[in-house]
Write a protein that binds this ligand. Structure first.
Ligand SMILES: [Mg+2]
Length: 227
């Protein structure tokens, strides 16, 4: 078995801003124990950039896919592999910053290949931010706007977590294993489907676990008692 896990909303509870997430002290040791039990076949697949995932959960996963699969760190210390993806025009980030500024509490997060408008602290601004983002990126078929947890994300259509899962399953240490993936978000649906196509298990967190605390308890159990 290879275990592949989303991070925010799956391992970690959401916080008012992405920077403010709390990593329960027991989680990294549980992931390390699990990685050892799986012979190294533990991966993280996140919407965050890879360095952010590394900083949040240091020395845990063998492989990390970031930015919904736009970047892949195939092994600890290895150079990042990047998909040849389009970059959003600089004007889009400026327009999105103005949009966020017009809605107090809204937060703009920029990524190398996309951007995110968070509205957890401005829930009533959600529809206006979606419409504004759609207007900014109108007529650009290479980019899609996807709903995230209290956020709208603009990202290249070519990057998806299903492709990330398949890329990880081709790596040494993962190849030939049955994938088990857990994720909580719309973008995780691609990886859930990919895991099932490969004969594995795709777990949608809201339905299978309810909340990240239950995922963490499951991982601790797996690490100590096995599958
Ligand atoms: Mg998530």
């Amino acid at each position: 078995m290879a275990l592949l896990l989303d991070v925010d909303g799956t391992l970690l509870d959401f916080a008012p801003t992405p920077d403010a997430v709390h990593v329960p002290p027991g989680l990294p040791p549980a992931l390390r124990a699990l990685r050892a039990r799986l012979g190294g076949a533990l991966a993280l697949i996140s919407g965050r950039p890879v360095p952010e995932v590394e900083a949040l959960l240091p020395d845990t996963a063998a492989a990390i896919a970031g930015e919904h699969g736009a970047a892949l760190r195939p092994a600890p210390g290895a150079t990042l592999r990047r998909l040849p993806l389009p970059h959003p025009p600089a004007a889009w980030a400026e327009a999105a910053a103005a949009l966020a500024a017009a809605h107090p509490g809204a937060l703009l997060e920029t990524k190398p290949h996309g951007l995110v408008l968070h509205y957890r602290r401005a829930p009533e601004a959600g529809p206006a931010l979606q419409a504004g983002l759609a207007a900014i990126a109108a007529d650009h078929p290479d980019f899609a706007i996807t709903p995230a947890s209290m956020a709208w994300e603009l990202r290249p259509r070519a990057a998806d977590k299903g492709a990330a899962l398949r890329a990880i399953l081709a790596l040494p240490g993962f190849a030939g294993r049955v994938p088990v993936f857990a994720g909580d978000d719309v973008t995780d649906r691609d990886a859930i489907a990919a895991a099932r196509v490969l004969g594995g298990i795709g777990l949608y967190v809201p339905e299978e676990f309810g909340a990240p605390a239950a995922v963490r308890a499951w991982l601790v159990r797996l690490a100590t008692e096995g599958w």
